[in-house]
Design a protein around this ligand. Sequence first.
Ligand code: ADP
Ligand code: MG
Length: 594
Amino acid sequence: MPIKILSPELASQIAAGEVVERPASVVKELVENSLDAGATSVTVTIEEAGRRVIEVADDGSGIPSGEVALAVERHATSKLASADDLFRIGTLGFRGEALASIGSVARLTLTSRTDHVEAATRILVEGGISASPQPVGAPRGTVVRVENLFYNVPARLKFLKTDTTERRRIDALLTRYALAYPDVRFKLIQDGQPKLQTSGNGDRRAILATLYGVDVAKQLLEVNAMEDDVKLSGFISPTSLTRSNRSEITFFINGRWVQDISLATALIQSYHTLLMVGRYPLAAIFLDLEPASVDVNVHPTKAEVRFTDPQRMFSFVQRSVRKAILAYTPVPQMGITPPALWTERPSRQSGVDLSWQFAGDDSEQLPVNGNQEAANQSQPDSQFPTPDSQSSDSQFPSIKMPLLRLVGQIGQVYIIAEGPDGLYLIDQHAAHERVLFERLLAQKEANSLSSQNLLQPAVVQLPPAQATLLEDQLDVLRNFGFEVEAFGPNTFQVRAIPTLFSGADPAAALRVLVEDFEDDETPLQNKLEDRIAARVCKRMAVKGGQTLSTAEQASLLRDLENCDSPRTCPHGRPTMIHLSVDMLERQFGRTGPR
Ligand code: ADP
Ligand code: MG
């Protein structure tokens, strides 16, 4: 083909690809425009996950009627005059591309009115072609309505995820902006349902409560730090409140939501040794610095930035957050730490290899689980493997365990038992997880899952993005004996839980379930169910640090004996370690006759 200059329509569609990736990116650009216009109220209305309608209405300064036609042109902006300005940007937008890009891949109607004028001006842009502006009646401010997104670029439509996912991204986005701009009143309506509403009274903690529920918001710790010209403020979770992924770690730089991996890493490192492997904190951190110390013009959607001194930012974040956590973290309780006997590894020190083995002979070494454990460690971000990939049943023969005689509990963590061939050290938590898991699945299989109505239904409030997700999964939950129903915006009522878990905290159970949904983007249904089962059981199982009565210890042993795969927890970790008679004798040098 000969070289040709692209038609303006095609060129702007290509440019739009960078800015307008999905409905949430449209919402982001429009909301940023409203904030730049000094709005004190921003209302976002979404229909069909943004495919059909995205409307953002504000009460900001408006666009002078003579400039409305220009606003929808490419490279048209009121926020930048000279090249120097580029290095001291005080607005969220500056590229002059958003409206033009959106107008080239959707039908865009912009209606705007400034102070002291008779009427508003409306302009329609469709497929990159704009009609001439018309006067209409409308209040001060700007309303941008975007319909039929990507109608003329079907390939883009194909890249969109499920409606739930796209709606969740919008929820998550608005949630962030609401937090960053507590003085602005935000309202989000999806398919006629109010999903988010903030008061605009400047109280961030109140917004956290709207977003995460009062109980989570109450627990969040406040951080404030200042170093030279950089100011850090925000909220972080205490070590007792964690998530299974990094999705609730948010950074704002000069009011701009950025996804900066190194800042998130700095924050996670602040929790070093304080969180369990695979758990992440929640945080919303606001950094304010001289516009000249940060280049925001390195990414089309401005989601990434470049600091003049990245190392300094990293260490500032890490130190400030660490200090705050340590100031709040209580001294660990005695009893949760296992006794010294088991924390020190005599084998390492003396150079003698105790060679602990799983019970059974070599062919029963559970190689699959071993590998998975290693794989988990090398990818701290990955979730536990799905239970069906290692529920042992399908992949290697199930290994039953011998009848055991209970000896007792140590360190409130392990149960000691004696078997025909030596000593068994059983991890009470892992063992209980396994027992619950097999019971739950067996009851489900036999259609005999019973649920227990709660005397007092538990009401749980979730962040909007999680609520959207849960709404779609209520049926799956019902299959497991959870009666959960919507109870107002982002709020759910748990009316019954599986009898198996009676006595457990229903609100906590629901939260864990939602985390699990979040980690599976497009799960296979049956896999999802197994994962849910494993996750719930993990949460419901007795923990290390809990004293068990002799009767409880004995019944846990009996239950474990009855399991099909008693040797591993549903996530593939061992439930028990076997110290064989042979091994003990070797270690004690009792090689001769007994
Ligand atoms: P940018 O935000 O990078 O300047 P946009 O294409 O998003 O580019 O917007 C173009 C111009 O239209 C802005 O510079 C601003 O002057 C005007 N504008 C857009 N949205 C609004 C709004 N909600 N209120 C007031 N002015 C707006
Ligand atoms: Mg803009």
